[in-house]
Design a binder for this molecule. Structure first.
Ligand code: ADP
Ligand code: MG
Length: 268
């Protein structure tokens, strides 16, 4: 039996009112414990930036918070609902794919490498899920799709294919695609790390606008200036643990752990 499918006692402790909450979250790959006893929650309209060295478990955390990766200890709740598992006679068993999809539906995700369909236009990339998942008519989907492209400033690129777009434009299409599904929370995993430096700003600007509009966001990033300005809370991970967490001014100005001090020094 795979580790992820191990049956465990139910632990159904979501944080009251949180959009996302993880308690005692653990994840092991082979012999490597990649996430260790993580407690993490995000309130509505909160912007949380996750920072930390490469390999510290940031991507795995985001993936477990969306059940793209099955966690094997603790619990994740989205909008108060247990994600990925269900209670069966006081023990925890893996939920059906359909049940998992339903619980993860409020999550919009944006990755480092865009993941656009290469043979579809910008608009088609945005409308795909609106048609297939949300079941909208072509006309309705296109209307909403154009609204989303407008939010990311790309109405004039609607008919362009990904290869005709810059990296920054591609990432903005990916954001529009996620927004189209009306997510209650957006996860970003290093959304600007694959971009040429001159294209980073336009993507961060769209994300700042979302923050101003009250979007709930979890953002893994190396953009410390962005985190300092936009985050309500900064979480520092190292070796699979949350080492420090607090308001950006505290975390950046008065890091209490030597690991965070050392990490920040490499970015100054
Ligand atoms: P970060 O995003 O902070 O760079 P990751 O979450 O990608 O860190 O990785 C954390 C650790 O987990 C690393 O040691 C990485 O090698 C390991 N890891 C990530 N994904 C897998 C996987 N699918 N199989 C095995 N090990 C993995
Ligand atoms: Mg990563």
């Amino acid at each position: 039996m795979r580790a992820a499918e191990r049956v465990q006692p139910v632990e159904d402790s979501s944080v009251e009112g949180a959009v996302v909450s993880a308690k005692g979250l653990g994840k092991t790959f082979g012999d490597t414990e990649v996430l260790k006893d993580i407690d993490f929650s995000v309130a509505a309209s909160e912007v949380v930036c996750v920072i930390g060295p490469s390999g510290s478990g940031k991507s795995t955390l985001l993936r477990c918070l969306a059940f793209l990766e099955a966690y094997d200890a603790g619990s994740v709740h989205i909008g108060g609902q247990l994600l990925g598992y269900k209670d069966q006679g006081g023990m925890r068993v893996r939920a059906s794919e359909r049940a998992i999809d339903r619980v993860r539906a409020p999550i919009g995700m944006v990755f480092q490498h865009f993941h656009l369909w290469p043979h579809r236009t910008a608009l088609e990339n945005v409308t795909e899920a609106l048609r297939l998942v949300a079941g909208l008519s072509r006309r309705e989907a296109e209307k909403q799709g154009m609204d989303m492209l407008e939010r990311v400033g790309l109405v004039d690129r609607a008919d362009h294919y990904p290869e005709q777009l810059s990296g920054g434009q591609k990432q903005r299409v990916a954001i529009a695609r996620a927004l189209a599904m009306k997510p209650q929370v957006m996860y970003f995993d290093e959304p600007t790390s694959a971009l040429d430096p001159e294209l980073v700003g336009e993507v961060l600007e769209v994300m700042k606008q979302l923050a101003r509009e009250g979007m709930t966001m979890v953002i893994v990033t190396h953009e410390m200036g962005f985190a300092a300005h936009v985050a309500d809370r900064v979480v520092f991970m190292d070796a699979g643990k949350i080492v420090e967490s607090g308001k950006p001014e505290e975390v950046f100005r008065n890091p209490s752990s030597p690991r965070l001090q050392q990490f920040l020094n490499t970015w100054r």
